[in-house]
Design a protein around this ligand. Sequence first.
Ligand code: 2BA
Ligand code: 2BA
Length: 109
Amino acid sequence: MKLIVAVVQDKDSNRLSQALVRENVRATKLASTGGFLKAGNTTFIIGIEDERVDPVLNLIRENCKSRQQMMAPMSSMGGNADSYIPYPVEVQVGGATVFILPVERFEQF
Ligand code: 2BA
Ligand code: 2BA
């Protein structure tokens, strides 16, 4: 068994949830925040048998789009002047950032 941890954009999370349910894949959704943009994103954790990992990765690939996102200028108020960015910056936010971990044990009580 593997644990898939997938960070996706909020805009794609409903579509991905629906696809997972449709394909009978169990998952848990966590509301998360990107460390860089400090904007909301969604983290899916999916415990899944080894042979279903690739089909689940395909579902994630098909349902999550890469987008350009503007990063608002950060205020220097109360912050460090070194980290002040005075102009908006465009960043490419990926369709999904995915980690696949081995599961030592899985229990449901
Ligand atoms: P939910 O996904 O909201 O599922 C609640 C309950 O609904 C499940 O209880 C199960 O009895 C049923 N259920 C879920 N998906 C189903 C499906 N495709 N077909 C038929 N019945 C389904 P539990 O199995 O005790 O799971 C409780 C919660 O634990 C789940 O909430 C989910 O958040 C998490 N979870 C369970 N298995 C998971 C897994 N393999 N990976 C990640 N999270 C899991
Ligand atoms: P954020 O940390 O809000 O990052 C959003 C996007 O900003 C990133 O997209 C990347 O294009 C850019 N970015 C992030 N850190 C940067 C930096 N230090 N310098 C320049 N640009 C930077 P993605 O790479 O597609 O990541 C989307 C989200 O996935 C991230 O949101 C974060 O929540 C998560 N993520 C990405 N890599 C991760 C990792 N190695 N570990 C844990 N979470 C990760």
